[in-house]
Design a protein around this ligand. Sequence first.
Ligand code: WT7
Length: 644
Amino acid sequence: MTDHSVIPVKPELAQGNRVDAARRAEMAERAARDPEGFWREEAGRIAWMTPPTRIKNTSFEGDVSIKWFEDGVLNASVSCLDQHLAERGDQVAIIWEGDDPNSDSKVTYRELHERVCRMANVLRSLGVKKGDRVTLYLPMIVEAAVAMLACARVGAVHSIVFGGFSPDSLSSRIQDCDSTLLITADQGRRGGRTVPLKTNADEALRSCPSVKNVIVVRNTGGGVPMEEGRDHWWHTLSEAAAADCEPEPMSAEDPLFILYTSGSTGKPKGVLHTTGGYMVWASFTHELVFDYRPGEIYWCTADVGWVTGHSYIVYGPLANGATTLMFEGVPNYPGVDRCWQVVDKHKVNIFYTAPTAIRALMREGEAPVKKWSRQSLRVLGSVGEPINPEAWLWYYRVVGDERCPIVDTWWQTETGGILISPLPGAVDLKPGSATLPLPGVQPALVDGEGQLLEGAADGNLVILDSWPGQMRTVYKDHERFIQTYFSTFPGKYFSGDGARRDADGYYWITGRVDDVLNVSGHRMGTAEIESALVAHPKVAEAAVVGMPHELKGQGIYAYVTLTSGEEPSEALRKELVAWVRKEIGPIASPDAIQWAPGLPKTRSGKIMRRILRKIAANETDSLGDISTLADPTVVEELIGNRVG
Ligand code: WT7
């Protein structure tokens, strides 16, 4: 058996004009020594109406101000579309693969340009202007990409809400940014089932007076009520609109999109990304990390409702003139071999997915994979959560036949794109490690007091200086931006993740060190789930922690104290699970609910989550010091009634 502790770069991937180890080192050195020069050149990868002369103007101190390419003028849709028309207008831009294996379609760059222009004209005709917010609540259909790019074309700021979120989650995200327009579909399709998007939207809109117009894609054809004067069919408006549309000139620092993400406290925050730096970062990282070559077919299995879909289904690949595959369905429908069937059908070269999917497929054994050739595959990617070495090796051996390097890409909604990842032709791999930072990225580890740790170490993962794709602020709440990311370790960006760095300088992400959960690669705040639970009339108090889960990475473990007079029961447990699903969405369903007559609190009333995490993980022999608890007997009671 071969030694898999280090897997060297495949020689063929370091040949030609590919980024090899020497080139990577040269780029990293240049980006650190002369960031202005390095990023001025890299800015040339996207289309500018006025190229920038001022490159980097950033500070992590005080009020925190991040500006890249600030005097440049551009439009993101031009970089993704117009820029390619002369050279590859007839090349396929998007391959759409339906939930039903018999339905697919292809859209060329020229066709996509036309569809985006039409929709952009529709938006303008409905009064949408530069800077207005437009919320998208859509399934994985081509119209989702068209809607994003149409917003970008007219300078509107899109805010996509994942189709799996509940009406309440949708309405609070619409209210936070005061969207004037919502784009949705009659229904979505996933794994043979339909998702009632329009019905959910109607419910959400009852509490969203800012929304004046709704554009509805006829997707499944399932009948939905249309409200006169407010709701319009996408196809009717689109057909009537002109097929060309002047792009709005945008400053590099004008917003491109808002995307809500969960933090350790409060409501989800609106992560704001701007135009120039984000586009440069999306293009740069997509090309480098996946070693993207013209003509290749690239498939990222994410949903456009998450940042991965923004950067690596739409903006990055299209900016690079790639053919990007958009998949409406799920990896196990109609069979657990669906991914490999799609790989063979469309001759996919680069495949990018999440560890949770890999673990689920691994459980089904090798046969469903081996049934398909997968010869087109060249690079495999992983994103969203730490990948355990066992899953990594299965992905490498079984899916990639030991031929394809695996790029384990660490990043966040906030970072806009990948920050730590191997480059296929340049970095030797270690199963389970995201390896090394990309050129221009300066990660570091600090201890609890903020002291920088040198060499091999374990600590909190921070980034020392800005990169172009970084978020600029929390929408309408710059104070929260500073507080969340720059106050724990002043002057440094704090990721919220813990990591280990080995003697070779390789990073091994160990997971969140704050109260954020990562369930199947979906990010959730414990506070959000707790507030959903306590909103139930029978719940007095709730504390939510993560627990290890074989498939999901983390599961949701909730401790619930009932209001006096209420009795625990199986029916009530089911009711609470359904309640959370309804309040937030199915991805937030608790995996375990433990009835807790009391919660472990300090004398000042603070819940000691450390103890609750230990009990949930069944690590009760290492609880640590519990002497500061107001009532230490609570702990025994909880241990005795552990669930699962
Ligand atoms: C959190 C960010 C990155 C886009 C999808 C998730 C975890 C992400 C990795 C990885 C270990 C990872 C981190 C991070 N994470 N990628 N390759 N290895 N952990 O974006 O929803 O903003 O979540 O996902 O904990 O902080 P997100």
